[in-house]
Design a protein around this ligand. Sequence first.
Ligand code: GLV
Ligand code: MN
Ligand code: MN
Length: 402
Amino acid sequence: MQRCDALARHSELPGGLTRVFLSPESRAAGEAVLGWMREAGMRASLDAMGNAVGRYEGERAGLPCLMLGSHLDTVRDAGKYDGMLGVISAIECVHALHQQKKKLPFAIEVIGFGDEEGVRFGTTLLGSRAIAGTLAPGVLETKDAAGTSIARALQMFGLNPEHLSRVQRKKGEVLAYAELHIEQGPVLEAEGLPVGVVTAINGFSRLRVALRGEAGHAGTVPMALRRDALAAAAECIVTVERTVKNVPELVGTVGRIEAKPGAINVIPGEVHFTIDVRAPVDDVRLEAVDELRSSISRIAQRRKVELEIETLQEFGSSACAPWLMRQLERAVEARGVRVRRLPSGAGHDGMAIKAIADIAMLFVRCKGGVSHNPAESISEADAAVGAAVLLDFIHEFKPLSA
Ligand code: GLV
Ligand code: MN
Ligand code: MN
């Protein structure tokens, strides 16, 4: 818990927590994590994508690894457990093994992924996709709001984008990936359980919409003659809500909007906004996205504003591996906790790592289901149960082939 507090101090937001990919704050947090990894008996360094990577060798050097971890970047005005709790818990587990001088028939790697949230570049899971080797060609040219590309940001961070292929792991090098994460929802709290076992991570689609009307004088242009891009966007946002509302487990969010020129006495001429759509069933999500594209285009036509819709990113729903879930469930039962399986509505690094290894996730109870909010909170007792379950799981871990 103290380490979560310590990491939360590396922030660009005074009095709150915002730490985006490849920022000075992310360097400071990464350095702190590398120090804790070394103290826990790991060899640790930043990889070429800015992930903090620690390795604890097994009975012999160079064995395939059980990969653990989570992310070190945050959303804007974030809580201090989303991501960080998983990295810190994994380091604690390795520390416990190291103190007992225990070596296992596999190595353990703990990763503090540099980018999971996608806040800076609008595209998520950059750290874990680099490790999985699934970054799309050209992704390094993606620019942040200031016009800095990922490639340039890596260089400014002291990393060499040309070394990116070295970050990639091959299938077989990673026996499995297990991540502890705060639940970010209300289910475990409602059922009085400290931890739960994730069944699958919901898929998502992220879109960016641009609407272009005509800027004009707020006092002189009659209502019937306006092409107000912000009023059009308002109608689109309500449509997003209406489209997803009555479909069980489908959710949609407009989380960011920008209106230009942005003055009290000017009709907004240009608006950009994002849409995030998620569902456990991929077809349900894709159908909703199609419907949204058609409705938004009808709104734009009727209001005579130009429209551009860009798909920023899509990820299918990612199932956790039953063989890993069973091992995690045994560790939960060993703590005397009833096993509760639940899906994840939030995205996680496992979605990307699944391309090279089977994945599992353990959720830790979250106060009030509140997350992506500075009020995010967990109890020390639950954090301890989570870490203890993770440690039992590591002790008992049997790769699928064994
Ligand atoms: C990450 O937290 C996401 O689900 O957007
Ligand atoms: Mn998050
Ligand atoms: Mn997270």
